[in-house]
Ligand binder design. Structure first.
Ligand code: MD3
Ligand code: FE
Length: 199
């Protein structure tokens, strides 16, 4: 089933339980090679979300600002993209290019992500595809202007969201995690994968 909120198409339960478990294994492989870390902002605040990436480019933030980089902050190349994530992109993105970056965000029970736009990519005609795993998250989406009217939606494990067209520039964030809502991750929490064409 798919629903639309603020121009974003959410394919609910796009991944079944066995695909979700397999994708978690593929994410673990990435995290073993390129550990999760808490990025700092330019002003030295640490994000509550822990991150790593896979693919050609990873998104990083540090005292110099934020950008895409070919290396993890510890200096290693990013591991290969999880194959199942690439399959998801090919089934929903509807563009001729493959993604170059898979950003992996890990949310514990208290993590959130403030409202922001994704504008570090070169071609805004290319969509962003998001895959949710683990605990439910309340996702909030507004318009292309900060401070406008917003709508919210609970993203659940296995949901795939596609941000294309005008919705690509919409402000969005994660308000809160519903701890204990999923048993996919033995220690709880939520993983979000975002797939992007970068250059
Ligand atoms: C709407 N991640 O990594 S995914 C991000 O759940 C990010 O971790 C959130 O926002 C998360 O940048 C939300 C859903 C999402 C991703 C990209 C978008 C929604 C979007 C780009 C434009 C509009
Ligand atoms: Fe975003």
């Amino acid at each position: 089933m798919s629903v639309e909120v603020g121009g974003i198409v959410v394919h609910q339960e796009h991944l079944d339980a066995s695909d979700q478990a397999e994708l978690v294994e593929q994410v673990r492989r990435v995290v073993r090679a390129a550990p999760l870390y808490r990025p700092e902002t330019r002003t030295g605040r640490k994000l509550s979300v822990r991150m790593t990436s896979a693919g050609t480019f990873g998104w990083i933030s540090d005292r110099s600002g934020y950008r895409y980089d070919r290396e993890h902050p510890d200096g290693m190349a990013w591991p290969p993209m999880p194959p199942l994530a690439l399959d998801v992109w090919r089934s929903v993105a509807n563009v001729p290019r493959d993604p170059q970056s898979c950003l992996i965000n890990f949310y514990d029970a208290n993590a959130k992500m403030g409202m922001h736009q994704d504008r570090d990519e070169a071609d805004f005609e290319m969509p962003v595809v998001s895959i949710s795993l683990g605990d439910d998250a309340r996702f909030r989406v507004g318009g292309p202007e900060r401070g406008g009217k917003t709508e919210s939606l609970w993203l659940k494990s296995g949901d795939v969201a596609v941000m294309g067209g005008a919705a690509r520039m919409n402000f969005h964030g994660i308000d809160k995690i519903r701890a204990g809502s999923s048993s996919l991750l033995p220690n709880g929490g939520r993983i979000n994968l975002t797939l992007r064409v970068v250059d």
